[in-house]
Write a protein that binds this ligand. Structure first.
Ligand SMILES: Nc1ncnc2c1ncn2[C@@H]1O[C@H](COP(=O)(O)OP(=O)(O)O)[C@@H](O)[C@H]1O
Ligand SMILES: [Mg+2]
Length: 368
């Protein structure tokens, strides 16, 4: 039964009318207390359609929130609605409409992906033929082909994560809750999984809530990012608000016979010219391709671009790239916590993404 308590909808006020648009997920002062720990602490959220990242370190309360949203675990206080349904009273109806990819390995080793996903589809109420068809489509979508007939026990972590994703999608839900889907994956597997997650929304229009303990990981995948810590809300913003363009230029040059360390030669010339270089010590943490060969230059205006270009040409070096950097989500937090506004080392375990090419990127350009 849909609930309409105040605060669980997004009211759009006009002079005489009030329109209520139900959020995909809404919580109001939601708390969950275990005997020794408060896992969620008066958490109020409004999550709309699209792909939303729920980010927080281990123990922040992400999995606890997901279990409450599915109606699998009762909240201690507060309330929550998913697709307009009250989690306290409509758990079964929510689970019909929502797919869930659990955090931990939960797959039976002795059956094939096809058998398992068909079984899950049947459990969701699909008739046998529809269950088989949907299973084939879904496994293809997640990139499992011939392997789908082999027992899951022999799968790699990446393949198991794909099976877990497929079973969350097979009953054509309106929303999927994905709990740490990139866990245990190498960087390539991680990128592939994030691409699949993005396509769940772009190809099928399904809304996604995806959790991660890595602050920087979701910024290319999500429209919106919610950060929680100790069960409480730290920040909820659109991804573009997090990743504002900066005034820092990333400059990469080639070496030459005259200047075997082109980067260092350019550094000296720019320093002499009075250009501010930032975060020199943190370059390896930058995570850009070729990090260590990248100078970060504080651009005061157009003239800085000209100066860099002319200096590179003057040294006879090749200009590989010159691009404006964007903030990474992790940096936003460091800056807000009062740390220097430079290039920080990543948070423990945090993955830094390569800077988005800016308008001044000159990939492959040579100044000679
Ligand atoms: N069933 C439980 N009993 C007691 N404490 C729990 C239980 N589930 C989670 N917790 C605690 O609640 C906190 C949040 O856990 P969890 O939601 O799993 O965090 P996350 O998924 O963000 O890593 C942690 O301190 C965890 O130890
Ligand atoms: Mg968890």
């Amino acid at each position: 039964m849909p609930i309409q308590p105040s605060g669980l909808t997004i009211p759009v006020a006009r002079a005489t009318t009030v329109i209520s648009v139900t959020a995909v997920i809404a919580t109001e002062a939601l708390s969950k207390r275990f005997p020794r720990v408060t896992a969620l602490d008066r958490l109020t959220l409004d999550i709309g359609p699209g792909v939303t990242g729920l980010v927080g370190s281990n123990g922040a309360g992400k999995s606890t929130l997901i279990k409450i949203l599915l109606g699998l675990s009762p909240a201690t206080e507060g309330r929550a609605a998913v697709l307009g349904l009250d989690v306290a009273t409509s758990g079964a109806a929510i689970r019909e409409r929502v797919g869930y990819m659990p955090e931990h390995d939960c797959l039976p080793p002795d059956v094939s992906a096809t058998e398992f996903v068909v079984h899950m589809a049947r459990m969701s109420g699909l008739p046998p033929t529809a269950a088989r068809e949907r299973t084939a489509d879904t496994l293809r979508h997640v990139g499992l082909y011939e392997e789908r007939y082999r027992p899951i026990g022999g799968y790699s972590t990446g393949m198991k994560q794909r099976v877990k994703l497929a079973q969350a999608l097979v009953h054509d839900p309106q929303l999927v809750l994905l709990d740490e889907p990139t866990n245990g994956l190498d960087p390539v597997g991680r990128d592939e999984m994030l691409g699949l997650i993005r396509r769940i929304h772009t190809d099928f229009g399904i809304s996604v809530l995806v959790t991660s303990h890595l602050l920087g990981e979701l910024e290319r995948t999500c429209d919106h990012v919610v950060v929680i810590d100790g069960g409480a809300l730290l920040r909820s913003s659109s991804t573009s608000d997090f990743t504002q363009i900066t005034t820092t230029l990333a400059v990469e040059v080639t070496d030459s016979d005259t200047h075997p360390d082109g980067t260092d030669a350019l550094r000296q010339v720019l320093t002499k010219a009075g250009v501010a270089l930032v975060g020199q010590d943190g370059l390896d943490a930058e995570g850009l391709p070729g990090a260590g060969h990248i100078l970060l230059v504080e651009a005061t205006g157009e003239e800085t671009y000209d100066l860099v270009r002319d200096s590179v040409a003057g040294l006879g070096l090749g200009l590989v790239r010159m691009e404006q950097r964007r903030h990474h989500i992790a940096e936003v937090f460091r800056t807000e916590q009062g740390a220097a506004h430079t290039v920080p080392a990543p948070a423990a375990g945090a993955v830094q993404q390569a800077a988005t090419p800016g308008p001044y990127q000159k990939e492959g350009e040579r100044s000679r």
